[in-house]
Design a protein around this ligand. Structure first.
Ligand SMILES: *Cc1c(COP(=O)(O)O)cnc(C)c1O
Length: 290
């Protein structure tokens, strides 16, 4: 896949929003945002074509998209996405948690979906550029943060079944409250029956819209049985725990040891998962330093 072009944040050409939210409007919107329903004033974008590679890196006013009804993403689902957060620290600076891991995962997901991988530098620069123009949207209270949603879609106007020859990268940002408002509460788990999230050789390892589309009916099954979240078993033997609809799963045994499924291609390799495992491995099986 084409990885030409690496840019820094200054190379994202900024077109400021002609009528951004006022400080008052922003305060109202950010007071108790519903997850994913409040968006900042701008969006970062870049466009890929076979000839130019990734080009036209830009920050634009947030607006509806103009998309040809024949755009490949609408028909064959060529889409990948990421999710990460920017946090405001007490000293006012804005920081990210291991964003290069999200950049690498999005590149891997893109390759699986036959989309061009966005270079890591372009990915990180898009975040710096967008957070810089929309810095007033980064919450400062408690566990609130700015949720960042990068995505890549095929936009070529063609119903031919082949990789899109026009591709768009977009980065959206949403101020969000604490994930667990009112503290961490246990969630009840329903083991999916008659459904699997991913099979060997499929797209389970890629962060792509289709996996989510396929998880909604089993998630509904969980809710119909009074549970909060669906848990998927492996497709081969319908026996081994794989992951939840949208997150990895860990178990803490009575002896304090921590267990999580091995990633073998059907599980999305979480940044959170890696960040738990890496220090846990240093500590050894009983949480003691070995
Ligand atoms: C994104 C995702 C994860 C892991 O998320 P992190 O934020 O990287 O920890 C796990 N499972 C699924 C299905 C996901 O889409």
């Amino acid at each position: 896949m084409d990885e030409r072009s690496t840019v820094n944040a200054e190379q994202y050409a900024v077109t400021p929003h002609p009528s951004p939210a006022s400080a008052e409007q922003r305060a109202t919107l950010m007071a108790a945002p519903i997850f994913g329903e409040v968006f900042t004033d701008h969006v970062a974008r870049a466009t890929w074509t076979p000839d130019a590679g990734w080009a036209d890196h830009r920050i634009e006013p947030f607006a509806d998209l103009t998309l040809h009804p024949g755009a490949t993403v609408l028909h064959y689902g060529q889409q990948v996405f990421e999710g990460l957060k920017a946090y405001r620290w007490a000293d006012g600076t804005v920081r990210l948690f291991r964003p290069e891991a999200n950049a690498a995962r999005m590149a891997a997901s893109a390759t699986r979906l036959s989309l061009p991988a966005l270079p890591e530098d372009d990915f990180l620069a898009s975040i710096s550029a967008l957070v810089s123009v929309d810095r007033d949207w980064v919450p400062s209270e408690g566990e609130a943060s700015l949720y960042l949603r990068p995505l890549i879609i095929g936009t070529e106007a063609s119903l031919a079944v082949r990789p899109s020859r026009r591709v768009e990268y977009m980065l959206l940002a949403c101020p969000v409250g604490s994930y667990f408002s009112g503290g961490v509460k246990p969630v009840s788990i329903w083991v999916a029956q008659g459904f699997h999230r991913a099979g060997a050789g499929g797209t389970g390892q890629a962060k792509t819209a289709g996996n989510y589309a396929a998880s909604m009916q089993p998630q509904q099954q969980a809710q119909d049985h009074g549970c909060d979240q669906v848990l998927f078993l492996d497709a081969r033997e319908d026996r081994y725990i794989e992951e939840l609809g949208g997150m990895n799963v860990f178990a803490v045994r009575r002896d304090g040891s921590v267990w999580t499924p091995r990633v073998t291609g059907t599980i999305l390799e979480g940044v959170t998962r890696a960040s738990v495992i890496e220090p846990a491995a240093l500590l050894g099986p009983r949480g003691r330093r070995t």
